[in-house]
Design a protein around this ligand. Structure first.
Ligand SMILES: Cc1cc2nc3c(=O)[nH]c(=O)nc-3n(C[C@H](O)[C@H](O)[C@H](O)COP(=O)(O)OP(=O)(O)OC[C@H]3O[C@@H](n4cnc5c(N)ncnc54)[C@H](O)[C@@H]3O)c2cc1C
Length: 503
């Protein structure tokens, strides 16, 4: 029976894992061992909607308290400067895997030329708005949002939550581990201390101290599908003329792409690239040339895309970068951290804290399917992008391994943007689903044969719905206005949990 869990690392992954375990299984002793000397990666600022769902709905954390400490802003989706269109938006709502009842075809068939204002969240993003106004003037905060959060604020906030619910946090650099009959029996720190536990969560970031180094689980590289392996990172203080945008921007660059993430007082920008096509200095030059406000010597972060074949080996589960990593094109890292932590807790509870081999195998299968889906989904972003003809983008179109998507692409090329393509996909429960694939294929104008020729009456219905979405969005609120409301001392969420820290 598991009575004690040691979490190695206190980046966002280790803290979310520890918080989730302690909150849901309070009788288990949870200890974090982390090295302030090694520190945290300190990047990672965008989430998907499963992050607020995990915190507020699953863990029962107070919105008011979280907003006060972590200071998130809202993200309704991603604006892609990608493909041959000037731009397109991927919102967290269902714009394309949907059909209006008055029309005979799903929405994607009406988006060949004009892919805009398909639903309200996208119309909002297009106008830099975030939420509609309620009759009393307050923002109508809808569940179809994710967050932008500065990594340092998030980690500080999670650490305070973890301590408040009884997670012990110990400083120490782990330099070795002792193997026992059921896996790892203890870890040792540089200063000679020994820490024992029944179960271990490896959240040591790219070091993967326990799963990778001690247990030597094989790493599966995604480099045939995802060519990027570095990022230059550097932001700036928001100027008075720079509105807080309600989305992440993903912009095509010569040898990769750049993100822009919106915090209240800070703009975070980074360029993800492939070192096979451009040097660090060239990437920094292109980045600062296109972003004159960015620091002249941006920080270089190296990474490898891929994941370990199994996340759970013996009595060790890896969560966060210690288990796998892909570039932040769809902000998937915290999404996996939350869903994996939740799955682990449910499996531990369902097995009465005595997990069996079949539970472990099922966990590994589910996680592997999720990583494969993320790899395939990101690969489609690169494969379908026809915006630039640089050597990097030519290679993406010609050489990206999209073997996991052959059936979907063949179906789409014949039949177009119908949601039936979902039956070609594995069922993994990510935040993307068929909607994500449709947005990428329609947004990038992937060609298809079975084209529809809507009647004038159909177009009238379509255009009047777009006009209605635009009209509602024009009356909606900016992020700055909505933040004013939720940070006001008198603001009350419709339903909220008790605070954990300031109780
Ligand atoms: C360029 C870039 C952009 C990103 N953007 C996003 C994004 O937009 N959205 C998103 O969700 N994610 C993003 N990520 C991913 C995100 O940074 C991480 O997934 C997330 O912060 C989790 O990190 P982590 O906790 O796994 O690792 P880390 O933050 O690296 O934490 C590792 C922890 O382990 C400890 N540790 C390591 N070795 C030892 C040891 N031997 N002994 C003791 N302690 C040890 C460290 O001290 C630290 O506490 C991005 C990543 C990169 C590289």
């Amino acid at each position: 029976m598991i009575q004690s869990i040691l979490v190695l690392g206190s980046g966002s992954a280790g803290l979310i894992a520890a918080l989730t375990i302690k909150r849901k299984i309070p009788q288990v002793r949870v200890t974090i061992v982390r090295s302030p000397e090694i520190g945290i990666i300190g990047v990672g600022e965008g989430t998907t909607p499963n992050f607020p769902r995990h915190l507020f709905d699953y863990l029962g954390i107070s919105r008011k308290e979280f907003y006060a400490i972590a200071k998130p802003t809202w993200k309704l989706g991603i604006r892609f400067l990608w493909g041959e269109r000037k731009e397109f938006y991927y919102g967290f709502s269902q714009q394309l895997d949907a059909q209006w009842s008055a029309l005979p075809k799903p929405n994607g068939y009406y988006c060949d030329d004009d892919f805009s204002a398909v639903d309200l969240p996208v119309a909002m993003m297009e106008q830099g708005k975030v939420f509609a106004r309620q009759a009393n003037g307050a923002p109508d905060v809808q569940p179809w949002h994710a967050f932008h959060i500065e990594n340092v604020n998030l980690v500080e906030c999670l650490e305070r939550y973890a301590r408040a619910i009884g997670v012990e946090i110990i400083d120490g650099k782990v330099v070795g581990a002792e193997r026992g009959p059921k896996g790892i029996s203890a870890v040792f720190t540089e200063d000679g201390r020994k820490f024992e536990a029944d179960f271990y969560v490896d959240s040591s970031g790219f070091h993967s101290e326990l799963l990778g180094k001690t247990l030597e689980e094989p790493f599966v590289s995604f480099d045939k599908s995802l060519f990027c392996d570095r990022a230059v990172v550097g932001g700036w203080e928001r100027g008075a003329d720079e509105p807080i945008l309600p989305y992440t921007t993903a912009e095509t660059m010569d040898s990769g792409w750049a993100w822009q993430i919106e915090h209240e007082h800070h703009v975070n920008r980074g360029y993800v690239y492939s070192s096979h096509f451009i040097s660090d200095d060239q990437a920094a030059e292109e980045f600062t040339r296109k972003n004159p406000k960015a620091p002249k010597s941006p920080r270089v972060v190296k990474f490898r895309s891929g994941c370990y074949k199994r996340m759970w080996v013996e009595n060790v589960v890896a969560i966060g970068n210690a288990g796998g990593f892909v570039e932040p094109l769809e902000a998937t890292a915290l999404m996996i951290v939350c869903s994996e932590s939740q799955t682990l807790v449910e499996f531990l509870l369902h097995s009465n804290l005595k997990p069996t081999d079949t539970f472990r195998n099922l966990f590994n299968k589910a996680l592997w399917n999720t990583w494969e889906e993320i790899r395939n989904f990101l690969a489609l972003h690169y494969y379908a992008n026809t915006r630039m003809d640089t050597p990097y983008w030519k290679a993406c179109r010609e050489e990206t391994d999209i073997s996991g998507l052959q059936e979907l692409l063949a179906f789409y090329r014949e039949n177009g943007p119908t949601g039936f393509g979902r039956h070609t996909l594995p069922h993994t429960g990510t935040d993307f689903g068929m909607e994500g694939y449709l947005v990428m294929m329609v947004g990038n104008k992937v060609p298809y044969q079975n084209r529809s020729t809507p009647t004038e009456a159909e177009w009238n219905i379509w255009r009047s719905a777009q006009a209605q979405n635009r009209a509602i969005a024009s009356q909606a609120m900016t992020v700055k206005e909505a933040l004013y409301f939720v940070h006001h001392p008198g603001w009350q969420w419709t339903s909220d949990a008790q605070p954990l820290i300031s109780k």
